[in-house]
Design a binder for this molecule. Structure first.
Ligand SMILES: Cc1cc2nc3c(=O)[nH]c(=O)nc-3n(C[C@H](O)[C@H](O)[C@H](O)COP(=O)(O)OP(=O)(O)OC[C@H]3O[C@@H](n4cnc5c(N)ncnc54)[C@H](O)[C@@H]3O)c2cc1C
Length: 619
């Protein structure tokens, strides 16, 4: 029943999910189109058609019988710590023994044996043994899988493996009969037990010995320390390759100088060359390419054919073979509506020129909106309230639809100048001194004098911005800015050159210098053709360039940014950069800065839009 180690394209009977849903008990957790990346330690994998956690043995048998009868593929998931699930996900049912009915751990046989359910984590079994003064299972503590997954893999560490400490195993045969066998009668080898390819482990009994709990704990600490030194904490699936006879796969890869090698977001760990990590939104395709690169190189230079330890399951993404449906959100309800419509128009043209199927939605939360059928991804060409502040992102998250740009939380933080400031200050990023004001004042607060800048806390594109150069201008300026929603941030005005630092796919773009003819880069200068001169790439010293780009990346990371954003920076006369704010949905029209920066990096406007779509699809 553990299908899908190959990559079949599966066609399934109609309405099977409704039929399965109808026979399940309420206690059984079930989710349709559930992203496997949420269930694997690598944090990679497309959706499972139907994910289910049966609430009892009867329920488990029912699901397996259903799948057998209807010929629906069924994949048994442990804790997903040895899996690479392809980007197209898993067709059919994915089921897991995470329900408490399958995770019980207890003492049996006069307290000298431990019996554990196959859904229990190896860590919890090891901890249970320690708490009861029973030794021999310390090596299991750091292996992040379930007992069932451990049995299938004959998991082990530090010269011990599961079958060394097992007495017997209870399992379900292919026709759902419960059986039990002494462990020594089950064929097993190094990191594999083929028996459990066709049999579902239900529980196992462990042989243990009496030992002082403190001594066991000491041993566990020792092993944990060793792991911490040797292994990375980044998302991974443990060792990617089995050790070839008499050698270490990690040492071979390391000896070829391949540590750190990356394919997009997938990378060979710097710490342990046999760990492939998901460094930054990697896809299964990225990891598979990395695996192939390693295997080819090891074979070419050492004559060794490396075998994967990580199990590769699921289907490839079909996207490459069909048109991707993009729905562009443009317009919206904010004060930047007209700019958004202009951005949207250009984005639509660009995406169509790249072969995407494109629809447009002008979302109004008060009236409600519907997503065109078959939308694969939403391109957010919105600005300001509702578009850029995390609201529309939250709704799209709820619908489970991919969208361009930062996630809901990062958008919420990025749109709020105060929250951004708090994150940036915590990350040690230099910003102008500031004070929050929430009511009209006749005089400037104690310790403040002009020149200052007053901005609404939650508006984009310099909307509402006021410059105060004279004490007497302060009170009316504050009153004007307060009209934009209550709270105002007052910042010391820094004089200098204005730089825009774009971030795309987690990397900095060339800087753009903004030279507004009026001297101030306000709403008019931003969106009126000819009012501002742009120099791209900005002509600045190399040290300044890297300072500004570094600060942009830090700001992006401080708010938890994803895929792209633009950070506005001021460069003062002493050569110091100051972060002013971050734009999580930067403008995408003709005069916009991010497209200019991308062009300077050799990325045309249509390519940039296409990249944004592709990055969104990876999420
Ligand atoms: C940071 C890290 C460190 C690791 N360190 C080690 C280590 O030291 N030693 C080691 O051996 N491994 C290690 N691993 C790999 C992994 O933890 C083990 O292979 C583990 O046994 C996988 O268990 P799982 O429950 O996650 O199984 P999954 O990855 O979910 O599944 C693996 C296979 O087991 C099958 N399976 C799951 N449950 C059952 C069941 N009840 N009956 C039959 N088949 C079942 C699945 O169908 C699948 O084929 C590590 C992984 C990570 C991420």
């Amino acid at each position: 029943m553990n299908s899908t180690e190959s990559n079949p394209k599966t066609s399934l009977p109609q309405n099977w999910q409704d039929e399965l849903e109808a026979i399940l008990n309420p206690g059984t957790l079930r989710k349709r189109d559930y992203p496997m990346k949420k269930l694997t330690t690598l944090r990679i994998g497309g959706p499972a058609d139907f994910y289910v956690e049966p609430s009892s043995l009867e329920e488990l048998k029912k699901i397996r019988d259903f799948c057998k009868e209807k010929q629906i593929p069924a994949f048994l998931l442990g804790r997903g710590s040895n899996l690479l699930v392809r980007d197209g996900g898993i067709r059919g049912v994915v089921y897991s023994l995470k329900h408490p009915s399958f995770t019980q751990i207890e003492l049996i046989g006069n307290h000298i044996l431990i019996q554990a359910g196959a859904g229990a984590s190896m860590r919890s079994i090891s901890m249970f043994a320690q708490a009861n003064g029973l030794g021999g299972l310390e090596f299991m503590e750091g292996i992040p899988g379930s007992l069932g997954g451990g049995l299938r893999m004959n998991a082990g560490a530090y010269k011990s493996s599961l079958f060394d400490v097992l007495e017997s195993v209870k399992f379900l045969s292919d026709d759902n009969q419960i059986q039990e066998l002494p462990a020594k009668e089950i064929e097993h080898g190094y990191r594999s037990c083929p028996f459990f390819r066709d049999h579902l482990a239900l529980s196992a009994v462990f042989r243990v010995y009496s030992e002082e709990p403190e001594k066991i704990l000491e041993k566990m600490h020792e092993l944990r320390e060793k792991r911490l030194v040797a292994q990375t904490q980044s998302p991974s699936a443990g060792c990617a390759f089995k050790n070839p006879e008499g050698a270490s796969a990690g040492q071979i890869i390391d000896s070829l100088g391949m540590k750190g090698l990356a394919v997009n977001g997938a990378q060979i760990s710097d710490k342990h060359a046999n760990f492939l990590i998901n460094r930054n939104n990697a896809t299964a395709k990225d990891v598979l390419t990395l695996i192939q690169t390693i295997r080819d190189r090891v074979y070419a230079e050492r004559g060794i054919k490396l075998e994967t330890e990580v199990m590769i399951v699921g289907e490839d993404l079909e996207m490459e073979n069909r048109k991707i449906n993009v729905t562009v959100f443009a317009g919206g309800i904010s004060s930047e509506r007209s700019v958004s419509l202009a951005s949207g128009k250009m984005v639509v043209e660009a995406l169509r020129s790249k072969g995407y199927e494109v629809n447009v939605v002008d979302p109004d939360p008060a009236k409600g909106w519907t997503l065109p059928e078959k939308t694969d991804v939403v391109f957010l060409a919105l600005h300001g309230t509702y578009g850029e502040d995390g609201q529309v992102q939250t709704e799209l998250d709820r619908l489970g639809v991919s969208y361009t740009g930062c996630g809901a939380e990062a958008s919420r933080i990025g749109f709020d100048k105060l929250l951004t400031r708090q994150r940036c200050e915590a990350a040690g990023i230099r910003m102008p001194r500031a004070l929050v004001l929430d009511q009209p004042l006749e005089k400037m607060p104690e310790g403040w004098k002009p020149p200052v800048v007053l901005k609404p806390i939650r508006e984009g594109s310099s909307v509402g911005l006021q410059l105060v150069d004279k004490e007497e201008d302060f009170a009316p300026a504050l009153k004007a800015v307060l009209k934009f929603g209550g709270r105002v941030i007052m910042e010391e005005r820094i004089f200098g050159r204005e730089l825009a630092a774009g971030v795309l796919d987690g990397k900095p773009l060339p800087l753009v210098e903004i030279c507004p003819k009026s001297g101030v880069y306000d709403y008019t200068s931003k969106y009126t053709k000819g009012c501002t001169e742009y120099i791209c790439p900005a002509v600045v010293e190399e040290t300044i360039k890297s300072q500004a780009q570094q600060m942009a990346l830090q700001t992006f990371n401080a708010i938890g940014g994803k895929d792209y954003a633009r950070v506005d920076i001021l460069l003062d006369k002493e050569g110091r950069c100051w972060v002013l704010e971050i734009n999580t949905l930067p403008g995408m029209c003709e005069t916009s800065l991010l497209p200019k920066a991308a062009a300077a990096a050799g990325i045309s406007y249509p390519e940039l839009c296409s990249m944004m779509v592709q990055l969104a699809l990876k999420k």
